[in-house]
Write a protein that binds this ligand. Structure first.
Ligand code: DX5
Ligand code: ZN
Length: 232
């Protein structure tokens, strides 16, 4: 059985915090950092009060790295975007559980496109809304800020959600990863790892560092240590 001591800890820099004026260079910098995933925040100006970038931008940066493209759709109608993002080079696509009736067909469609499925939950949303989908997703993304902007402060109350996700995973023998997103820097990543998270999405916590490779390595070391002590 995979437990916190054997599960690979994944650090995923979020491109939202990169310099948009030179995305190709920033993508290459992320690639050279050694982080396996690049997190791509898609905001539609409706589900969240901000707009980021779309499939054309994702397609344009795809040649600059072999990293897993982890597309986080903060969008009211992601169904119209799944095909375009799949074609643009997404490897994983995460949709929000707040979309209610849309979730079931979205999971099905992401799967049918041959992509990994993620399900995200906002801080105010009850964890029970995730329960019907636990057996069918590759990752749960616990938002640790209200989505829409980088650089916000981590909401400590979300730690209990990570613990709940980890408890379900163990009890039901599920295989999903537990990702955290928002306000993740070394200290908060450590708390999340101890609570059961294994995937750490970080924008300003990583891209603010001139030496991204060193920042990723440091966070990796910290979460591995905290996961091991949290599991002990
Ligand atoms: C927030 C996004 C996050 C964002 C995190 O709505 O989903 O992925 O990039 O940014 P930081 O790490 O700066 O809080
Ligand atoms: Zn995100």
């Amino acid at each position: 059985m995979i437990d916190a001591t054997t599960r690979q800890m994944i650090i995923a820099p979020s491109l939202l915090a990169a310099k948009f004026s030179r995305l190709a260079t920033e993508t290459a910098r992320a690639s050279e950092s050694g982080a396996p995933w690049l997190h791509l925040d898609i905001m539609d100006g409706h589900f969240v009060p901000n707009i980021s970038f779309g499939p054309a931008v994702v397609k344009s940066i795809r040649p600059f790295t072999k990293m897993v493209f982890d597309v986080h759709l903060m969008c009211s109608k992601p169904d119209i975007l799944l095909d375009p993002f799949a074609k643009a080079g997404a490897d994983r696509m995460t949709v929000h559980v707040e979309l209610g009736q849309q979730v079931e067909p979205l999971i099905w469609k992401i799967r049918s496109l041959g992509k990994q499925v993620g399900l995200a939950i906002n801080p105010p949303t009850a964890m029970a809304s995730l329960e019907p989908f636990l057996e069918r997703v590759d990752s749960l993304l616990i938002m640790t800020v209200n989505p829409g902007f980088g650089g916000q402060e981590f909401i400590t109350e979300c730690l209990t959600k990570i613990q709940q996700a980890a408890a379900w995973r163990e009890k039901r023998g599920c295989k999903y990863r537990i990702a955290v997103d928002g306000g993740i820097h070394n200290a908060t990543a450590s708390s999340c790892a101890a609570a059961g998270a294994d995937t750490f999405i970080s924008g300003t916590g990583l891209f603010a560092h001139r030496n991204l490779r060193a920042a990723v390595a440091k966070m990796q070391k910290i979460v591995e240590k905290s996961a091991a002590s949290g599991a002990a």
